[in-house]
Design a protein around this ligand. Structure first.
Ligand SMILES: [Zn+2]
Length: 298
């Protein structure tokens, strides 16, 4: 059911409305604005709030670009009149009312999602290097509000990120939650030090869980905490028996720490990373970028 809802939100509805927009007759400039905002709000919702790693980021981009091309084509054919045409029959009138209601719901949600792309104080962030370097990665949860980052509801996790890897068609794995860990693109990827620093803590000895079963009692599973520029950076859910550093080791950017796994309180293999300074969670920038849901890096 969840996957069907994702498919509906992220592919079926934005694509269907874009096709309908393409075939629609634009009666006036005001009617165009409503159709543009209505269709755009679904496309924006899919790209900003939707988790594109489930339904293919490439497909998401194709839908976004198609919407832009259709919009430009419609702008070129715009009639001169501005007066809004409600329609001649109940079917046309109710369609306009539904479009207005759905736009009023989806557009503010998408704009709220985009507000999570920013941080209040740029100087509060610690700048790190990407800790994964072996493919195309996507942020599942990340950003400064809870609609794009579920960690945001917890004070001890606010700016934490969950990172996944994409396969060649732009999804994290085939299927919902396959039980074989190797079927997740990120599983067993090398995890590298994101800074020059010192290893403060190593916690290991936990088994990889079989998705979607979560481990309890040790939320972070096998994990490493590194001191990076006066911040404590936690890299969690590592693969069992993969950690190759010890407490108090000095590490340089790019040094191998271990491998991505599925230990601790996790539903599928991914990298969870967060940074703290003086007991407070602070934002992370990777190579100068504040990453949010659906951000890509490689
Ligand atoms: Zn997490």
């Amino acid at each position: 059911m969840t996957f069907f809802l994702l498919l509906l939100n992220q592919v079926i509805l934005p694509l269907t409305f874009t096709v309908l927009f393409h075939h629609s007759e634009v009666k006036s400039r005001s009617n165009f604005i409503l159709q543009f905002l209505f269709t755009g709000s679904f496309v924006l919702f899919a790209l900003v709030i939707g988790s594109q790693s489930w339904t293919s980021i490439f497909l998401g981009y194709i839908i976004g670009i198609t919407f832009l091309v259709v919009s430009i084509k419609k702008i070129q054919e715009l009639p001169k009149t501005w007066s809004f045409k409600l329609g001649d029959n109940w079917k046309q009138i109710s369609s306009v009312i539904v479009q207005i209601l759905l736009t009023v719901l989806f557009l503010p949600l998408s704009i709220y999602g985009i507000s999570g792309y920013f941080i209040e104080d740029d100087n509060s962030a610690v700048n790190l290097t990407y800790p994964l370097q072996d493919g195309l990665y996507i942020v599942g949860h990340g950003g400064s509000n809870p609609i794009i980052n579920y960690h945001n509801v917890s004070e001890s996790q606010t700016y934490a990120l969950d990172i996944l890897k994409l396969n060649f068609i732009g999804i994290r794995t085939w299927g919902m939650y396959p039980k074989q860990l190797e079927r997740y693109a990120i599983y067993e990827d090398n995890l590298y030090s994101p800074c020059d620093g010192t290893v403060l803590k190593v916690d290991k000895g936990y088994q990889d869980m079989i998705p979607p079963q979560r481990g309890d009692g040790h939320p972070a599973g096998n994990h490493v905490i590194i001191e990076c520029r006066n911040a404590e950076v936690t890299l969690a859910h590592m693969k069992e028996n993969s950690i190759v550093v010890d407490s108090l080791d000095a590490v340089k950017v790019g040094d191998l720490l271990g491998k991505v796994g599925n230990s601790g309180n996790t539903s599928e293999p991914h990298l969870h990373i967060h940074a703290e300074k003086e007991g407070k969670v602070i934002p992370i920038k990777f190579n100068g970028r504040f990453l949010v849901r659906n951000s890509l890096f490689w």
